[in-house]
Write a protein that binds this ligand. Structure first.
Ligand code: LFR
Length: 496
């Protein structure tokens, strides 16, 4: 029996997907979630003048296409949800229209602003209030940059909508602010979950822009009459899921015991553990962990690690030079390259901005007196091993901060399709890795729709449903001694 059908849109920094989820029960077996991708589209940022932007209208178009395809293929989803990356936003004017093009979080406008804002507010104070790691792209710095540039957009704007909320608004006409996404702004007081108006006042950020956050699992509205007419589809209602993709992915970590550690693996790598309360200690700040608002009243203590972005950029560079290699072939070349020859610390700031990535990897190795990777395989291996070693460091730090110990690591998200990365991670950790599901964000998105439809009780039930529905691939640690030596070297790396 088909118990429910839902439609999830998961938008990542390089591509977006529409997936249908069907909750199915055979006889009196446990219900299972079946997932099918029905539409996939690229997400390409666009430079205009000095600024890098998202192509938000194209993304809206692709989402509409996804809705149309779902109904054309005969599915009857009751609800839809959208999850996206954090921090970015669109501004809406008094007539309900979009003011300008949303900036991309890698736009250079926020350079140097972490230090400047810390100087004004105090680093400790800001951390205690927001609980967030100081990342240059946080909404706070984007808005402060606009203020410093005297952007007239800030004066016209009435409402700020974070990307997923913005797309939901385009579809339904309803403006909401979903809680997990709101916590990525660094402008929310984490402890009482209200907007930090005093902070906004001090930075010249208009507090009128912010709507009161709603909890994930809240039903928002059906599509607007215009959108129904345009698409010619049946009734479907938008739900606020854990709209921050990272939080949706964490919903779909198939962990059955506590405590557990996870790694959400994609353009970014988010490694952490789930807590009932935020951990706002000085040590958390020093070790650069975030407390993000999660689904179901949880807090996610996690570290934002540069992730597969570095490899994606290298590939883009090779592709542009006509040296087109697929990710699968790159993994093969990396596999054949000599192990632990040289590795990067992926969170070195040079790797954050786009372009020239291959050269940056080489310069990092040169400055740290390591052999310089030449071939594509060597460069890829150097990045993947650097990531694996960084994961070990972050996992050990998470244990130190929480006083817990983790028997292994759950890896979820698109990045786990890189089996070499999973294997290297198990090696670096000296602990098992349990990889799956790949489509964690979309699945977590669906699970929260099912919660809103009362087809799934809570977070624990959602995780159980994930565990019964999707396979997990285990990787065991090998050759621990070599990794221990490499790790010792890794934590000493200091580029000149
Ligand atoms: C992952 C993610 C991270 C966030 C980064 C930028 O896709 O959402 O959680 O820090 O993108 O928004």
């Amino acid at each position: 029996t088909l118990l429910s059908t839902v439609l999830a849109f998961d938008l990542g920094a390089s591509s977006g997907r529409a997936l249908i989820g069907e909750l199915i029960q055979i006889g009196d077996e446990e219900p299972k979630l079946q997932v099918k991708e029905i539409h996939r589209f690229p997400n390409q940022p666009i430079q205009i003048g000095k600024h890098l932007h998202w192509d938000i209208l194209r993304l809206l178009h692709e989402i509409k296409t996804g809705i149309r395809i779902a109904f054309q293929e005969g599915y009857k989803p009751l609800t839809l949800g959208i999850d996206t990356w954090g921090v970015d936003f669109g501004l809406i004017d008094a007539n309900g229209e979009l003011v300008g093009n949303p900036y991309h979080y890698r736009d250079a406008q926020t350079e140097g602003l972490i230090e400047e804002v810390n100087g004004l507010i105090g680093k400790e104070a800001l951390f205690k209030q927001s609980g967030l790691q100081f990342m240059p792209f946080n909404t706070i710095y984007q808005l402060y940059a606009m203020r410093k540039a005297s952007s007239p957009k800030l004066d016209i704007a009435q409402t700020l909508l974070l990307t997923s909320d913005l797309l939901i608004y385009f579809l339904t006409g309803k403006k909401v602010c979903e809680f997990t996404m709101a916590t990525t702004t660094q402008l929310l007081n984490l402890e009482n979950q209200t907007w930090n108006v005093e902070l906004m006042d001090r930075l010249g950020i208009p507090s009128r822009l912010f709507l009161e956050p709603v909890a994930p699992g809240t039903r928002i509205a059906p599509l607007s009459p215009e959108v129904y007419e345009e698409l010619g589809v049946q009734s479907i209602e938008a739900v606020a899921v854990g709209t921050h993709d990272t939080e949706s992915a964490i919903v779909a970590v198939p962990a059955s015991s506590e405590p557990f550690a996870y790694l959400v693996c994609g353009t970014w790598s988010l490694l952490g553990t789930e807590l009932a309360e935020p951990l706002l200690t000085p040590e958390t700040m020093e070790l650069e962990f975030s407390n993000e608002g999660g689904v179901g009243g949880t807090y996610q203590l996690l570290k934002n690690i540069m992730g597969l972005w570095i490899l994606q950029e290298c590939k883009r560079e090779w592709d542009e030079r006509g040296n087109v290699i697929s990710f699968a072939d790159l993994a093969k070349l990396a596999e054949e390259a000599e192990p632990l020859r040289s590795f990067i610390q992926p969170d070195d700031p040079r790797f954050y901005s786009p372009s020239g990535m291959v050269e940056k990897v080489r310069s990092y190795c040169k400055e740290t007196n390591q052999p310089i990777p030449q071939s594509e395989g060597q460069v890829a291996r150097c990045i993947l091993e650097g990531l694996a070693l960084r994961y070990r460091q972050a996992l050990e730090q998470a244990e130190k901060l929480t006083g817990q110990s983790f028997s292994g690591l759950h890896m979820v998200g698109g990045g786990i399709q890189n089996e070499l990365l999973c294997r290297l991670t198990a090696g670096a950790l000296g602990r098992p890795v349990w990889a799956g599901p790949v489509e964690a964000s979309a699945i977590g998105n669906m699970l929260m729709q099912l919660v809103s439809l009362r087809q799934c009780k809570d977070l624990a039930a959602a995780r159980k449903l994930t565990a019964t529905s999707f396979p997990v691939q285990s990787y065991q640690a090998e050759s621990t001694d070599l990794w221990d030596q490499a790790y010792k070297k890794f934590i000493q790396l200091r580029p000149a």
